[in-house]
Design a protein around this ligand. Structure first.
Ligand SMILES: Nc1ncnc2c1ncn2[C@@H]1O[C@H](COP(=O)(O)OP(=O)(O)OP(=O)(O)O)[C@@H](O)[C@H]1O
Ligand SMILES: Nc1ncnc2c1ncn2[C@@H]1O[C@H](COP(=O)(O)OP(=O)(O)OP(=O)(O)O)[C@@H](O)[C@H]1O
Ligand SMILES: [Mg+2]
Ligand SMILES: [Mg+2]
Lengths: 165, 155, 155, 165
């Protein structure tokens, strides 16, 4: 199974609907400091269900909604959709392609969708439960955090092995 | 379960030494269960010895050596239980040019099974990508995506 | 003493904003005493707003923006109380090329009063040094120094 | 006042006596990963009186003595000398040039010298007391630590201002 597309709208520094097509092999994301590269990584993690604002570098979850710029007003909502292939029903659904969507308003009210059908966050977590997607700590290595596995305490680094087991 | 963890641990340990030696061109690396009697709770120690150097605590390794050791461990975990995708955000930052070459050469072994997304400022890393997304902020505070597809890597 | 601290704090704060604007080409930065009533114990908050962006907590800044902000603060402290020497170990690692240029251009304002030793992997940073020490490990585990003196910077 | 020379012998990855001449302006230190660049920074800090093995990335102070390599045996002692100019008696001594030397054996036994005259560590600390040398936390920025001033707690970062005061 593989990721096909990421659609970002109103998430952090992406006020305009932006499509990011996943390719096989290696995709490089480049650009100057502060242009939004790590924000794309944050969008993927948020779509997969990240619940901690701190993990996304914010102090409140509201921080992930586009907050305006010199020439633009803040937006009231952020929405990210992640589309993936579903060969041989890797995910327990009848579709050959699965899109999960997460939407959040400034009030904190959140909506979730699977293939555009409303669902609960619980349904998305259960969908990925045995696949390792979204939970494998070693599949996303955050900026500046490579050294953590070495600097962490011997007990703390166990969880990486438990996830691989 | 205990046997499941030990099986995973043993396999990761094997890959870790192998990948370390590939990335460092020699030397050796070990994973050690601190409390062998209590496998399900024991902490895990990391031992790493770059080629030609004496074995010392990993704290004495250089910034680049630590990054390369961490990469060997993360890829060892990845080998045991691959993820369909892997996102690496500027992990080449502490590496010198020849270590970046070794890292990207190693990456080739993994792209068969997983998609890799690599955020980087490094030209060597960029050169081995199939696709490059440029992110710009021409309008302050507003990110825009530009796709550059490299024709070469179609094999 | 209270007045001594406030004098230092005020001067650092002024330089911080000024250096931030130089390094970012605009925007603004502030230092805030959390408890103005208890100056000798109060914590200090950092506020930073890159040009064209909305003011947000510094945690939301990018890796490179944070490094540049930290550099502005460290140099602001340096301006208030210079040290005869300053050693910077790979502080350019998270910076993109144009920010490295801004950083090294800023450095020129400080070299009159202090010696700078900069450990770097970056060619642009190396290009503006007077002297370059190459450290090699031709024999494993044994460091050796090679001096390269650039003729150009004799002005 | 400025630094003139650093002599390193038996310190970390420098088993052979190595002279490092300080120049005015900007000196770049370059080389591949693990070749010894940060070790030079450690040598300067150790010469200036650093007492924490952890601050020098070791677990015991003995870790700073050359520990051998594939082809060399460990050494029994490390010695670092730092020579600086002393215009207008910036440092309270009669000399126009001051060299501080620190030597340590595996037993932990340490010797200190000012211009090759034995002294106590206390004498070296007092020598630098009002100059800010060796204590100014912002005059040495360690690898990977630039972000610390931003990520530290508001109370923790006070000390930088107190040092500048
Ligand atoms: N909610 C938001 N609204 C608008 N802008 C935001 C929001 N959250 C973060 N940003 C902006 O996103 C920028 C950071 O983007 P990001 O971390 O993706 O940079 P980057 O491309 O990874 O840069 P670097 O190379 O320095 O790591 C910051 O300047 C921040 O102001
Ligand atoms: N006591 C010692 N005896 C021998 N070698 C040592 C000792 N202490 C540290 N080393 C070696 O020094 C090396 C690290 O050197 P250093 O941290 O200076 O590298 P560096 O040039 O800064 O590299 P990087 O660019 O990766 O930061 C390690 O490989 C370590 O094995
Ligand atoms: Mg980033
Ligand atoms: Mg280093």
């Amino acid at each position: 199974m593989y990721f096909k597309r990421l659609e970002v709208f109103g998430f952090k520094s992406f006020p305009e609907k932006t499509d990011f097509i996943f390719e096989s092999g290696i995709t490089a994301i480049v650009g100057p400091n502060g242009c939004g590269k790590t924000n794309i990584a944050d969008a993927i993690r948020w779509a997969l269900g990240e619940q901690s604002a701190l993990a996304l570098r914010g102090s409140r979850m509201e921080d992930i909604i586009f907050n305006g710029s010199a020439d633009r007003k803040p937006l009231g909502m952020a929405e990210v959709s992640l589309t993936m292939s579903n060969p041989e029903n890797f995910l327990p659904l009848e579709y050959s392609e699965v899109t999960i969507t997460r939407r959040m308003f400034r009030s904190g009210e959140s909506h979730y969708f699977i293939n555009r059908t409303p669902c609960r966050l619980k349904d998305i977590s259960e969908l990925f439960m045995d696949t390792g997607i979204g939970t494998q700590a070693y599949s996303i290595i955050e900026q500046g955090k490579v050294d953590l596995v070495l600097s962490s305490k011997p007990d703390d680094r166990r969880y990486l092995f438990e996830e691989a087991a | 379960t205990r046997s499941q963890f030990m099986d995973t641990f043993t396999r990761v340990r094997g890959h870790f030494n192998e990948l370390f030696r590939t990335l460092f061109g020699g030397g050796r690396a070990e994973l050690v269960l601190i409390d062998e009697a209590d496998v399900l709770e024991s902490g895990i120690d990391i031992v790493a010895q770059p080629p030609g150097k004496k074995l010392q605590t990993i704290s004495l390794l250089s910034g680049g050596e630590r990054a390369l050791t961490a990469i060997a461990l993360l890829f060892a975990l990845f080998k045991v239980k691959p993820s369909p995708f892997c996102l690496l955000d500027e992990i080449d930052a502490p590496l010198d040019e020849s270590n970046i070459d070794r890292f990207i050469r190693l990456l080739q072994e993994f792209i068969g099974n997983s998609q890799f997304i690599i955020v980087t400022h490094n030209k060597r890393t960029i050169a081995m990508a199939n696709v490059m997304y440029g992110v710009t902020m021409e309008e302050s505070g507003v990110s825009k995506l530009v796709t550059v597809r490299f024709a070469k890597k179609t094999s």
